[in-house]
Write a protein that binds this ligand. Structure first.
Ligand SMILES: Nc1ncnc2c1ncn2[C@@H]1O[C@H](COP(=O)(O)OP(=O)(O)OP(=O)(O)O)[C@@H](O)[C@H]1O
Ligand SMILES: [Mg+2]
Length: 246
């Protein structure tokens, strides 16, 4: 579903040498698979998601979605992206923010609102549909952004540290919610996290990037049975093994 080959990305810097952020990245994510990306701050994780989302282009190498180069790909509505900063529009209510993505889909207003209501209910925000973003807590904003990324029923979902602002109980609840929707709709997911436990619970495949320039240091297949819970011995053991390697 997503395939990267030999991807390089360098940014120009004012008054300094160009900064190579990604070097020679090869990645493959099959349809319905969940890939976790881990790595130190600044190693290029968000840049990698931006490239997959077609918001930036590699200097060399290729990025394909469903076999099509991102430069030629047009079905961007099927790709959901939850940005690292939530990018909620401050002048829209939570409900309007979530239904925003559906406007481009030219759905009738009543259908848009019904879907947005359902999405907000699934992330525990049904009592805050009329609140503006500044009236939400950090964790609530994160959940609103998650609802917005899911409401379009994307085939591919890119998530940049989607759960980092949630408390442990809410995080576990959102993990279960995401996995349920993901399995039901066969969504291909790429998500960035700093949390090894989260990666082990959610992902089929884990990639650890190494900084400056960002390169793939390690790939780990996570073939543990599902559902996975942090307290299961196998899960806890994998987390323990991986923590020392990240
Ligand atoms: N548009 C840009 N122009 C110039 N430099 C950029 C741009 N975007 C990112 N960078 C640089 O690329 C490097 C990687 O940034 P990126 O945001 O991809 O890191 P990250 O792995 O997501 O980090 P974090 O875990 O802190 O979110 C950083 O050094 C950053 O300064
Ligand atoms: Mg980032």
């Amino acid at each position: 579903m997503i395939s990267l080959r030999g991807v390089n990305k360098t940014f120009a810097r004012r008054g300094g040498a160009p900064l190579q952020v990604l070097r020679d990245i090869d990645l493959d994510v099959r349809q319905g698979e969940v890939l976790a990306i881990l790595g130190a701050s600044g190693c290029g994780k968000s840049t990698l998601l931006n490239l997959i989302a077609g918001l930036a282009h590699p200097d060399s190498g290729s990025i394909r979605i469903a076999g099509q180069d991102t430069a030629a790909f047009t079905d961007w509505r099927s790709v959901g992206y939850l940005f690292q900063d939530d990018r909620l529009l401050p002048w829209r209510t939570t409900l309007e923010n979530v239904s925003f993505g559906l406007e481009a889909a030219r759905l009738p207003r009543a259908e848009r609102l019904a879907r947005a209501h359902r999405a907000l209910e699934s992330v525990g925000l049904k009592d805050f549909t009329e609140a503006y973003p500044h009236e939400l807590s950090g964790g609530m904003r994160a959940r609103a952004a998650l609802a917005r990324s899911l409401v379009n029923q994307p085939r591919i979902l890119l998530l940049d540290e989607p759960f980092s602002k949630l408390d442990p109980a809410m995080r576990a609840q959102m993990h279960a919610e995401l996995l349920a929707v993901q399995a039901e709709q066969g969504i291909t997911v790429v998500f960035v996290t700093h949390d090894v436990e989260e990666a082990v619970v959610l992902a089929d495949q884990l990639v650890i990037l190494q900084p400056r320039p960002g390169r793939v240091r390690e790939r780990v297949a996570l073939d543990l049975p599902r559902p996975r819970l942090p307290e299961q011995a196998e899960v806890a053991e994998r987390v323990r093994q991986l923590r020392v390697r990240v």
